[in-house]
Design a binder for this molecule. Structure first.
Ligand code: FEO
Length: 391
């Protein structure tokens, strides 16, 4: 017999798992996959909240039809227009011809632009409500999370918040849907990496959204990716509050690249100094080996950031530039910074790294530039840089 998971009274999970895609948005690796969550509310009216990516349209339609049992689908609520959720809209409209699409004015403009379906939409404004029987939907506009049209939908009878991408996490749902029914630890990294890489530029809008939902009693948070949150709602709110406020945890991240291992050796010496100063949380990333989405996440998490780069063609190692560009794009604040680097005939990398930190308004501890081999004097300077970088 066909089974569909009920999240809570009259709200069903009809989402899908993507275990094929290697890179989210075609550049962020997702080794644990991702889910595209969609929910069907069955009441006097029937409402689908969010769609799925186009390649999963058939799976979604099969689940929805089983649940509808020959009833018609009245509404599709589009909290977010990005094609991982809206891709199946045209197919849904063909399959459910009576269905009206609910969105705000910016959503409707995008639905017309992407799919030519603006005339099938009903516009809702911020704080408007729609009764669908015993349940009522309240629409909360939360722009820039992470597109301009994004909104959340709160169902008051079940106290369920459909939060769009907000509170989402990488990682497929392996059977269970609600957090209390699964081993949840594997999702925390996925939540942090998702927030930092996908939403990380929009800290202020995230803080506004967190304030906006405070008055609502919430039993379930149903995002577009990852588990439905119930038991762990306080943890989820805390993680997103911390990351969006750029509040660091104690710890140090050393990020380096190297051509012939001089800069790599420098990283080891700095780490030893940090450790001897009492720092117990030290992460070291070689940008040639670790994906920048992982490095960026650690940089968002921890207080002390130390970059090392050889001078390469009069500037930084290209892999270091990639990470710095991502940090700058997200305007990360409130960090302590040190720099080191090696060069052969003209030093540039350390100066560029320090310029970067001053533009970010980070607290600068110090720097060491080494010409050619690491001398004993260089060794001492690097060790001391590590000692002083413990904050
Ligand atoms: Fe999951 Fe912003 O799309």
């Amino acid at each position: 017999m066909y089974k569909v998971k009920e999240v809570t009274n009259g709200i069903y999970y009809v989402g899908v798992n993507d275990r094929v895609k290697e890179n989210f948005e075609n550049f962020i690796p997702i080794p644990s996959g991702v889910s595209y969550n969609s929910y069907l509310i069955v009441d006097d009216k029937t409402v689908l909240v969010e769609g799925v990516e186009i390649s999963f349209a058939e799976d979604l339609i099969t689940s929805v039809k089983k649940l509808l049992d020959n009833r018609k689908l009245d509404y599709l609520v589009v909290n977010h227009m990005e094609p991982d959720h809206s891709g199946a809209i045209r197919v849904l409209c063909r399959e459910f011809p009576d269905m009206k699409i609910i969105g705000n004015i910016r959503t409707i403009e995008m639905i017309e632009g992407y799919y030519g379906l603006g005339n099938q939409c009903i516009e809702v404004k911020d704080n408007e409500s729609l009764s669908i029987g015993k349940k009522t939907l309240h629409f909360l506009l939360t722009p820039m999370l992470h597109w301009p049209e994004t909104m959340m939908t709160y169902e008051s009878a079940t106290e369920t918040l459909f939060s769009g991408d907000v509170f989402g996490a990488f990682g497929t749902l392996n059977g269970a849907v609600v957090d209390e029914n699964m081993q949840i630890d594997r999702f925390w990294d996925g939540m942090e990496r998702y927030y930092v890489n996908v939403m990380g530029k929009y800290g202020k809008p995230m803080q506004h959204a967190l304030e906006k939902i405070i008055p609502y009693s919430i039993q379930h948070i149903a995002p577009t990716h990852g588990p439905v949150w119930k038991k762990y709602i306080p943890n989820v709110l805390l993680i997103n509050k911390r990351l969006s406020a750029h509040e660091p945890l104690p710890g140090a991240v050393i990020v380096y690249d190297t051509m012939y291992s001089n800069t790599a050796q420098m990283a080891e010496i700095v780490a030893q100094g940090l450790s001897d100063a009492g720092e117990s949380q030290i992460l070291i990333h070689n940008t040639s080996r670790t994906d920048s989405s992982v490095i960026l996440t650690d940089v968002f998490k921890y207080r002390t950031i130390i970059f090392g780069s050889p001078t390469y063609q009069g500037t930084l190692h290209p892999n270091i530039e990639v990470v710095l560009n991502k940090i700058a794009a997200r305007g990360l604040a409130n960090r302590v910074f040190s720099a080191f680097g090696s060069y052969t005939w003209a030093s540039a990398s350390v100066r560029i790294l320090l310029d970067f930190a001053s533009k970010m308004r980070w607290e600068i501890v110090g720097s060491v530039a080494v010409k050619q081999r690491i001398t004993e004097k260089d060794y001492d300077a690097l060790y001391e840089l590590g000692l002083n970088s413990k904050k």
